[in-house]
Design a protein around this ligand. Structure first.
Ligand code: GCU
Length: 661
């Protein structure tokens, strides 16, 4: 079953066959029977054998290393400290996960070129929850998946094999401690994941994860009491419904000891939820929170709730407002084991959006950030789009929810308001392709999200360089080239797609390639409102009032087109084509220039990539080259469709006289 071949991503330790290396391991204070400690030891043994070389040890040829894993209670939860000298190294931690993460850090630092004696570091994870959300369906398909089929599910069965173990290793190596295995849109067979049809297999899978310190989570169907229990309603305040869930929770947690809890998409895009019964989101989330509480379970409740049957003629309803409108009034009403999971922007993972005002807008509720490394709107893992620069902007955004500790990173880590349950989740970009992520270079986002969720202080560049060093053996000049390609890629993608924060303009449903009006007259609330004079949505106090959902400092800035950051100008304002930007260019000229530049820069990316031929494995070279060919085709389509569209609407020519159709 499944694809039989897969790469080792960033854990491909090099000279594994050399056995003149002796690494003695001592475990002090930890339970030697702990599976997590065993995983750490196993990884260290094989990893060090591969990595130890004259470059790594201080005295050439001295490969006898004494390794100690020691329990030190003073070290923070899931944190670690590494202490080393020329022939010994200690990994200190207060819990199993900390020891495992310390082991991976040691291997990473040595693989990245540090000498053994230089590996002295202490780390505490920035976020308590660091999660991957799979949108895998039980028939094997993946919603918004661009790397093959699911490696968890095939023909409505669960697959557990060596690949599952490697997946768990990769996730643990970057600090992931929770995985939701099934799509948030829970239908058909997936509804039965909480029944004895699947308990044995989910348990087997969750045990593999547990060996690597990862808890398993399931997405739930809110209508399960109807679909599985034969009840007439799924009203969260109905006694029979509550009773059904209580029994269910008892059964599920009894069968699945490694289960962390559930993720719920309710009242969203056709999924059932409490609104059907005139109940609130808090009623739904708290009811489930209460039934899982006796087992230490948590409920992660998504805030992606909006009216998806809007009339495009309606200028008052604003999808961007919806999250805040539905959730802010109940701030403080959510129970302690409930977390609200909030997408980074108020719309849907566009290449540029403002940060959701709900993050930090809520001050008395557990909250976590949701981002998407599956490149649904950012090029389907065909176009190169390294997302860490975007995530760093999100994390660094000042919400003004407090005087200090007011960034998104402060809020979602739990620091700002003292929440124990908090963190980051990514909609994952993996599938059963040999290289896991379709495009070999898209693995930088997989690696990057994990690293960033563990340490939000890391820079995009540090993460990119680590990933490159661990994945390829490149000379410094080539590493520089590839780093630069990754770092520029998001800006380039943004330039040739939708301008200045307006978003969308994508082919409906599929979301790859341009269709400027594709969503303009639809029910999805995703409009650009372009006419012959200008473009953009007025979300100021004279428009939908969305800008007022932020704290004063941000609200004032966004409300005024003169003060609004220009990359978001069209998200917040309807702007005439003749409007002068800070560069001195008119809006229309900016649209033309950025689209010509973006396409040209995509071609440069490919040229730079071509210079790496023979330096990366040929399979990688071919895989990525093919995708660059498609990216350039895509960039040309975007450039020409967007430019022609706005030329035809505005009647204003390009000052530089370039070809517009
Ligand atoms: C997007 C995406 C859907 C997904 C949804 C969600 O709208 O296109 O496929 O189900 O987000 O986040 O739930």
């Amino acid at each position: 079953m499944g694809n039989k071949e897969w790469t080792q991503l960033w854990l491909g330790y090099k000279n594994v066959s050399n056995d003149n290396k002796t690494v003695s391991c001592e475990v002090v204070g930890f339970n030697k029977d702990s599976q997590v400690i065993k995983s750490a030891l196993c990884e260290l043994k094989s990893g060090l054998k591969g990595i130890l070389s004259d470059e790594v040890v201080d005295n050439a040829g001295s490969y006898d290393i004494a390794l100690t894993i020691k329990k030190v209670d003073a070290i923070a939860k899931e944190g670690f400290k590494l202490e080393s000298d020329t022939s010994s190294v200690s990994i200190l931690a207060s819990d199993d996960n900390g020891a495992l993460y310390g082991a991976f850090e040691l291997l990473r630092q040595l693989s990245c070129g540090k000498k053994l004696s230089e590996v002295n570091v202490e780390k505490t994870p920035s976020n308590p929850l660091r999660m991957m959300n799979h949108w895998d369906n039980m028939d094997g398909s993946i919603e918004r998946g661009y790397s093959g089929q699911s490696f968890f599910f095939e023909n409505k069965e669960i697959v557990v094999d060596e690949r599952t173990r490697d997946y768990a290793r990769f996730m643990a190596s970057v600090g992931i401690n929770g995985v939701v295995i099934n799509n948030v849109n829970v239908k058909d067979a997936a509804t039965y994941l909480i029944t004895d049809r699947y308990f044995d297999k989910v348990k087997e899978l969750s045990e593999v994860f547990a060996d690597y310190g990862i808890k398993t989570y399931l997405s739930l169907n809110f209508a399960a009491p109807i679909e599985l229990g034969g009840l007439e309603v799924c009203d969260p305040l109905d006694e029979k419904v509550i009773g059904w869930w209580k029994e269910k929770a008892k059964e599920v947690f009894g069968k699945l000891p490694h289960l962390g809890g559930f993720l719920v998409k309710a009242d969203s895009e056709g999924r059932p939820g409490p609104f059907t019964y005139g109940r609130t989101q808090a009623d739904g989330a708290n009811m489930l929170g209460d039934v899982v509480a006796p087992y230490g379970g948590i409920i992660i409740w998504r805030c992606f709730v909006y009216n998806c049957t809007q009339d495009w003629r309606d200028y008052k309803t604003d999808r961007a407002r919806a999250g805040y409108d539905y959730f802010k009034d109940f701030d403080g009403a959510y129970h302690d084991n409930v977390i609200l999971q909030i997408k980074n922007g108020p719309m849907d993972f566009q290449i540029r959006e403002p940060i959701s005002p709900l993050i930090g807008g809520l001050t008395k509720t557990n909250q976590m950030l949701e981002v998407q490394i599956a490149q649904e709107y950012t090029g389907h893992q065909i176009d190169l789009c390294y997302l860490m620069p975007m995530f760093k902007e999100v994390l660094g955004f000042k919400t003004y929810c407090q005087k200090e500790n007011d960034t998104v990173a402060d809020v979602v880590s739990g620091r700002a308001f003292g929440n124990k349950l908090a963190g980051m989740a990514a909609v994952i970009n993996t599938g059963n392709d040999k290289n896991w992520t379709g495009n070999y270079l898209a693995a930088a986002n997989l690696y990057g999200f994990g690293r960033l969720s563990f340490d939000t202080e890391l820079s995009s560049e540090e993460i990119a360089r680590e990933w490159i060093r661990l994945t390829f053996a490149l000379e410094k000049v080539d590493e520089d080239k590839l780093t630069d390609m990754l770092l520029r890629s998001r800006e380039i993608y943004e330039k040739y797609t939708s301008p200045l924060g307006i978003g969308w303009m994508v082919t409906p449903h599929d979301h790859y390639g341009p269709s400027v009006d594709g969503y303009e007259y639809s029910r999805w609330g995703t409009y650009h409102r372009a006419d012959h004079l200008g473009i953009g949505v007025d979300r100021s106090d004279k428009g939908t009032g969305y800008a007022q959902q932020y704290y004063k400092e941000n609200a004032e800035k966004y409300n005024d087109p003169e003060k609004c950051p220009e990359e978001l100008l069209l998200f917040f304002h309807h702007i005439p084509y003749t409007w002068k930007l800070k560069t001195g260019k008119t809006l229309i000229q900016h649209i033309y220039d950025s689209h010509f530049e973006g396409e040209a820069e995509a071609e440069q990316l490919f040229e730079t990539w071509k210079s790496l031929e023979g330096k990366v494995p040929s399979e990688v070279f071919e895989n990525v080259s093919h995708r660059f060919e498609l990216q350039i085709y895509n960039a040309k389509e975007w450039r020409d469709q967007v430019n022609s569209y706005f030329y035809r609407k505005s009647g204003i020519s390009d000052q530089k006289g370039r070809k517009i159709y």
